[in-house]
Ligand binder design. Structure first.
Ligand SMILES: C[S@@+](CC[C@H](N)C(=O)[O-])C[C@H]1O[C@@H](n2cnc3c(N)ncnc32)[C@H](O)[C@@H]1O
Ligand code: SF4
Length: 323
């Protein structure tokens, strides 16, 4: 690891070398998206204060299984380029009626690193057993507080004890069945309500789950103004502007097949294609997405409605070989 870091440092300081690395990285990224995100459902049973779901204007419904199959068949032909595939977007994936059929289908077509993010609220014992037998590689549970009071203030509509018991039951069953998959990650988005519970949450989960991730909150369209100010305060410290790497690496498909500019465009302000009509490759090389990439490269991303207030690219930081 230390050697890799040293090599990166040498490349970073040497402009011609950096340009060569950049050229090959981008060439590879443009072949096919390395992260594909499929909104198996846009229905949710919570109204989290951090999330745009409650104000989202798009239809709240499930993806049709035939459409899902079409997407996976397209991805299967290009699977060597895909590093990660997420079966969720704006919604709770376990509310999707076909979720287990979808996981099994994607795995049967050779999709690696298949994961989803869940609020953990409806994952009962029967579903947990299905998860363990599905081949899913990773499951991330969003828990934004260590206490009932805080959790339920943030994840409005969910029951703290129920969520904790569902996750611990899944972990127990995984051990009982002697399985290693899926990897279980606990994810906390730090809010003003939960910021004092970070250590408590880490302490509770670090020996139970496989990993604990603590993340900064970012801007999300339609959330409370005070939360937007809180999120922006964190990112305004990150100086300099750079193109958002997500336009070169991730592909977000809505429940109806429309493709959004990125995973922050929850309302589909800048649709770049539709997988009902075009292949992923055609959309990835399409005029629309290239127009938006160009605007990012010339530092005019504020001309794009979905990018106007976005700070997500700053939260994630600039890749070491980027512009
Ligand atoms: C939109 S949710 C969908 C999946 C599922 N319903 C859940 O809550 O885990 C995906 C992830 O976005 C996170 N999220 C919601 N609002 C956020 C914000 N303002 N900043 C950062 N992450 C946020 C959630 O905590 C969750 O981990
Ligand atoms: S963060 Fe997840 S659980 Fe909460 S409202 Fe958004 S989609 Fe639903």
């Amino acid at each position: 690891m230390k050697i890799i870091q040293e090599i990166k440092n040498i490349i970073k300081k040497n402009k011609p070398l950096k340009l060569i690395v950049r050229y090959f990285k981008i060439k590879k990224m443009l072949k096919f998206p390395m992260q594909v995100q499929i909104e198996t459902t846009s229905v949710c049973n919570s109204a989290c204060i951090t999330c745009s779901h409650k104000t989202m204007v798009r239809p709240k419904t499930h993806m049709d299984f035939d459409l899902f199959k079409k997407i996976i068949d397209d991805c299967a032909q290009n699977k060597r380029y895909i590093k990660k595939m997420g079966l969720f977007f704006m919604g709770e994936p376990f509310l999707a009626p076909d979720i287990f059929k979808e996981i099994t289908y994607a795995k049967s077509k050779g999709i690696k690193n298949l994961f989803l993010i869940s609020n953990g609220s409806i994952l009962n014992k029967e579903m947990a057993e299905k998860v363990l037998n599905s081949g899913l590689n990773e499951i991330i549970f969003s828990i934004d507080g260590a206490t009932k009071e805080t959790f339920e203030k943030i994840r409005v509509g969910l029951n703290f004890e129920q969520v904790i018991s569902n996750i611990t039951n899944l972990l127990k069953l995984r051990k009982q069945f002697n399985k290693t998959k899926p990897k279980v990650i606990i994810d906390m988005v730090v809010t003003p309500n939960g910021k004092n519970e970070v250590n408590q949450l880490k302490k509770k989960w670090q020996n139970l789950a496989d990993q604990v991730i603590i993340r900064s909150m970012h801007y999300f369209e339609g959330i409370n103004e005070n939360l937007i100010i809180y999120a922006k305060k964190k990112t305004e410290k990150i100086k300099g502007d750079f193109p958002c790497p997500y336009l070169w690496k991730s592909f977000t498909i809505f429940q109806n097949g429309q493709v959004s500019l990125c995973c922050m465009d929850v309302n589909g302000r800048n649709i770049v294609g539709d997988v009902n009509q075009s292949s992923i490759k055609d959309i990835w090389h399409g005029k629309l997405i290239n127009k938006y990439r160009q605007l990012h490269l010339i530092n005019k991303k504020n001309n794009i409605s979905a990018c106007l207030n976005c700070d997500f690219y700053k939260v994630k930081g600039k890749p070491w070989w980027w512009f």
